[in-house]
Ligand binder design. Structure first.
Ligand code: ARG
Length: 246
């Protein structure tokens, strides 16, 4: 019994220490949730995840004095990861939308984008209206998915976990068109002969960084960092490194 009386407090202390070190957030790290299948914003270059969003995140992390950690996941897991604190930020070419603002805060926008339509060369689809009763490939849960699903009730929407899979389906004739963000569209069309982007864009959108609603402080810090990066030209030079003016 005497033994136990000595051991129990020691055990309690150990349990408390282990619990805290496991739960305690590592304040030296900035964890970014992304979906690294979205060039030129985030994609794999061999083993490394690179791209515009990665460089923006690194520049922000540096300003906050933190080390950037990237967590690659499905696009539709990112908001949940930010909400639950698994990640500090969601940075994934993510469009600001009212329905997403219910779950997370968004930083000030860091760039604009649009949804475009990719078709096979020689396709009879020439404008968004022509999609109405076609089979359309999208990346699941993206704005492309949301628009086509909401606005084209007669379209057959095929949802893929990655944009590039939708593009493969288009090449194989499994879908008639793909609706996706303009810059990834350019990359995918460049990589796959026989495809073209329709001149008429579908939407205009703002990309911003998702941050937990519980972390107002981080939101303010990130907005401040983005403002500085924009004012000193860093943001534009990161974008120019990956997107050539056309
Ligand atoms: N901008 C679109 C959206 O917010 C697509 C983003 C997809 N991003 C990605 N990393 N896969 O829904």
């Amino acid at each position: 019994m005497k033994m136990f009386r000595k051991i129990i407090p020691v055990l309690i202390v150990i349990v408390i220490m282990v619990t805290f070190s496991a739960c305690g957030k590592d304040n030296n790290k900035l964890v970014m949730a992304t979906n690294a299948a979205f060039p030129p914003y985030e994609y794999y270059d061999n083993e490394a995840i690179v791209g515009i969003d990665v460089e923006i995140a690194k520049a922000i992390a540096e300003k906050l004095g933190k080390e950037l950690v990237i967590e690659d996941m499905e696009f539709n897991s990112i908001i949940g990861a930010v909400q639950t604190g698994k990640a500090d930020i969601g940075l994934a070419g993510m469009t600001v939308r009212e329905d997403r603002l219910v779950s997370v805060n968004f930083s000030v926008p860091y760039t604009t984008a649009s949804q475009v339509i990719i078709v096979r060369e020689g396709s009879d689809i020439a404008s968004p209206d022509d999609l109405a009763d076609k089979s359309v490939g999208v990346q699941e849960s993206t704005t492309g998915d949301i628009y086509v699903t909401d606005e084209m009730p007669d379209a057959d929407v095929q949802r893929y976990s990655k944009g590039v899979e939708a593009v493969q389906a288009l090449i194989q004739g499994k879908v008639d068109a793909v609706v996706i963000d303009n810059e990834p569209a350019k990359v995918f069309v460049q990589q796959n002969p026989g495809l073209q982007i329709l001149p008429e864009a579908y939407t205009v959108e703002d990309y911003a960084i998702a941050i937990s609603k519980k972390n107002e402080d981080l939101l303010n810090k990130i907005n401040k960092a983005l403002k500085e990066l924009s004012e000193d030209g860093t943001l534009q030079s990161i974008i120019d490194k990956y997107i050539s003016a056309d």
